[in-house]
Design a protein around this ligand. Structure first.
Ligand code: HEC
Ligand code: HEC
Length: 281
């Protein structure tokens, strides 16, 4: 198994470098549906990567992420955070290229025997199962397959936009704050199904007026985010309607939000109260 310490080092250097370039690929657009998309789903992938032609399970690593990818949610993640972040950041895991099961096993073995990690047997098994479930070539290819056909304004731009523009109020986990900020878990896909255009107007122009969300009443003002681009707003709507298990609540027929949809709504400016009036009860 080929180790790639130099790739890890480079990734860590880039992750820590504020001036590093964005991760968009300049190669993807012309190569059709077989090429992996250049945008990375939030936390789902260790590295943007593509198979080298005719070289079996050999991957090219390009371009490297400009920020540290968070660990994918899933069983065993807590054990990993608890036991594997005492000596180094968990970025040591999430920045690895995808590794086959045997390589993860060998890595854990090295942590235990060579570095004396002292992770209890049961927890080490949990960590291994987590790594195998999320960070092997097979699972990462599956994540890319799910992304294929993702619209412009895809998952990565959506996650970043959410983090910067929405999470301070609606919280990183999308659950909001009772009495202050409505939950987006459950509520955002319901709006997408019944009031799709309202969602677009809401993020552009904000809203003021009473609403029901997640069985609670809110009556407050949300600021618009019209300073963001059409692509960022389409991306953030795709993110909030699909993240946190919301994808399971979204009707199968729901098309992704497209930047053009945002551009059309942007052409007809509204006040936050007008957005509320058009929302309907
Ligand atoms: C006792 C300290 C210690 C603990 C605990 C520890 N590691 Fe490490 N780990 C290291 C050191 C030191 C390195 C860097 C050495 C190197 O690059 O070979 C490293 C490097 C790594 C790397 C980079 C690739 C490699 O093989 O070097 C990965 C992946 C990794 N650790 C995963 C884990 C996981 C998963 C756990 C939890 C089960 C863990 N580590 C717990 C000390 C530790
Ligand atoms: C400053 C805090 C704040 C920020 C930032 C914010 N929101 Fe809100 N959001 C609110 C409040 C307050 C409400 C309830 C508004 C009301 O009572 O009409 C709300 C309502 C919502 C709703 C439910 C609307 C409805 O009509 O049911 C959604 C969906 C939503 N926000 C998504 C977002 C998204 C996406 C972003 C980021 C682009 C965002 N919010 C940014 C505070 C905020």
């Amino acid at each position: 198994m080929a180790r790639r310490p130099e790739a890890l080092l480079l990734a860590l250097l880039l992750a820590g470098c504020p001036g590093s370039p964005p991760t968009g690929s300049s190669t993807g657009s012309s190569s059709g549906s077989s090429a992996p998309p250049s945008l990375v789903p939030p936390g789902a992938l260790a590295q943007p990567l593509s198979r080298l032609p005719d070289e079996g399970p050999v991957y090219a690593i390009d371009p490297l992420p400009a920020r540290t990818p968070p660990l994918v949610p899933g069983a065993g993640r807590d054990a990993l955070v608890a036991h594997c972040s005492t000596c180094h950041s968990t970025a040591y895991v999430s920045l690895q290229p995808p590794l086959p099961e045997a390589a993860w096993r060998a890595t854990l073995d090295k942590m235990q025997r060579t570095y004396g990690a002292g992770v209890p047997e049961a927890a080490a098994e949990e960590v291994l199962a987590y790594l195998v479930a999320h960070y092997t070539p097979e699972t990462i290819e599956a994540a890319y397959a799910a992304l294929a056909g993702a619209p412009a304004g895809g998952a990565d731009v959506g996650a970043r936009t959410y983090e910067a523009a929405c999470a301070p109020c609606h919280q990183p986990d999308g659950r909001g704050l009772p009495g202050a900020f409505p939950p987006l878990v459950g509520h955002a896909p319901a709006l997408a199904a019944a009031r799709r255009e309202h969602l677009v107007r809401l993020v552009l122009f904000g809203q003021q007026g009473p609403i029901q969300a997640g069985g609670q009443r809110f009556d407050a003002a949300m600021p618009g985010a019209g300073h963001l681009t059409d692509e960022e707003l389409a991306g953030v709507l795709n993110y909030v309607t699909r993240a946190w298990g919301n994808d399971a609540r979204l009707p199968a027929s729901a098309a992704p939000f497209a930047p053009e949809e945002v551009a059309r709504a942007r052409a007809r400016p509204l006040t936050p109260r007008e957005v509320h009036a058009q929302r309907g009860p």
